[in-house]
Design a protein. Structure first.
Length: 228
């Protein structure tokens, strides 16, 4: 498998909610994250968006692209509709379908808790603060508690005001396959109204024989429902 399942986390900040006192420990930040996540679950009723997947292997001069419409349902699950696809045949036939299947699997209610950034899945260590998209964010190292294929190890950036994850960077907790030497990915998030949605993912995979392959995903045209 040339790419791991890229699991997106949405954390909402209902309008009118005042930010809590600035926490100083990882436990404080994580507790605030979990509280805001509960608010998201209560507020978000579903959404639609577009995604553009691009996979490129420069060593082989190969490239593939796929445009997909994603529908997020009230229970947190996601479904996908492929709008168009072109390029490298083996990717269109094997890689892109497996990637979408993995996303569907990870978003199911019975599997979603296994992929979330929670105290049940990770240990957290506060590193400091940095600016992300001109907003201050806490930086924490996260370490998976199990080698779940949906988990990762690396760092997260958490918005100081909204306690939303605005950036994730790292590698999978479990190597996707024997043929994969390494995987490094970055997920970025942006605020739309009261919600934070993924806006860009980049994953670089080093695979035996095939070489280095880069996957880029762009997210756009969000429309969502809520009680407000």
């Amino acid at each position: 498998m040339l790419a791991i399942a890229l699991v997106s986390i949405l954390i909402a900040t209902p309008e009118g909610t005042a930010p809590a006192r600035s926490p100083r420990t990882a436990d404080d930040v994580v507790a605030a994250m979990m509280s805001r996540d509960a608010e998201r679950i209560a507020a978000l009723r579903g959404y639609t968006a577009m995604r553009r997947y691009e996979l490129e292997n420069r060593g082989r001069h190969k490239r593939a692209e796929m445009l997909v419409k994603v529908t997020g349902h009230e229970d947190g699950s996601r479904t996908f509709e492929t709008v168009s696809a072109s390029g490298w045949g083996v990717v269109l036939k094997h890689v892109f379908p497996r990637l979408l299947d993995a996303e569907v699997e990870s978003s199911r209610p019975d599997a979603r808790d296994r992929s979330r950034v929670t105290p049940e899945n990770y240990s957290f260590e506060m590193i400091g603060t940095e600016e992300v998209r001109d907003r201050p964010a806490y930086v924490m190292a996260i370490e998976p508690k199990t080698k779940n294929k949906f988990l990762m190890r690396g760092r997260i950036w958490v918005d100081v005001e909204d306690y939303a994850i605005v950036r994730i960077e790292g590698q999978p907790a479990k190597n996707p396959s024997f043929w994969t030497r390494s995987v490094h990915f970055t997920h970025e998030y942006q605020k739309y109204g009261a919600f934070w949605f993924p806006v860009r993912d980049v994953s670089v995979t080093d695979v035996l024989i095939v070489g280095t392959t880069e996957m880029r995903i762009e997210y756009f045209d969000y429309a969502f429902k809520s009680d407000r």
